[in-house]
Write a protein that binds this ligand. Sequence first.
Ligand SMILES: [Zn+2]
Length: 265
Amino acid sequence: MMEFHSARERRAYYHGLTGEEKYAALQEMVDASARIVFFGGAGVSTESGIPDFRSKDGLYNKPDVQFQQYAPEYLLSHDCLFDEPKVFFEFYRQKLDVRSVEPNTAHYKLAEMEKAGKLSAIVTQNIDGLHEKAGSKTVYNIHGTTFRNYCTGRAHHELPADFIVESGEAVPHCPICGRMVRPDVTLYGEALPEDAVDGAVRAIREADMLIIAGTSLTVYPAASFVRYFGGENLVIINRDETPMDREADLVFHESIGKVMERIHV
Ligand SMILES: [Zn+2]
């Protein structure tokens, strides 16, 4: 690794790199790190063909359930789940059933990095379970996951991953207590899951390298999480510019898979 006299000098050096030099620098950073944390947004999943679920384009409307009149945020909100559960679950089944989707290069590379003892955690805003499917163990799902369901009764009975999608009912109910079943996903109007948030913050604080990918870093809570990072190497991989590009050491405005596959562990 290069020696620098100041953070400013360090950034100036890295920002001056181009093409292959950047990949070489990325590899050097990975080689020098042992507690890498990957913070991922929607862009990580779109490369697996998952559309941005906040968009309601191309939705099939049932004759008795019309989505056009609703904002996408409402369809994934706490209010919709409890006030119009039939609408909520129809939208959920049509848009968020990702069981047939496969992980991509980035997911697999991250699982490999964890196995090699390089990566300590993945923090993801995605709810599709693709990191776990690729074999990653320490994953903080800060918006929850569609692969867990529980009932809204006092006992919070856990139901199988397929329960909501396979339920023959328009609004699924718990076979044990009869209360409505919901996905373990953070809806608009709900607080983030405490355990996942605490774990994510701890991992980011202890990280020596942070790779931020597939997020514009403009919306809460992404930007606030990243502030906990005090380690050496900060890398951003995103199609478009982000407000943190200037603070990062290396910035790739490219496909996440294309960049990640260049890392060797
Ligand atoms: Zn129950």
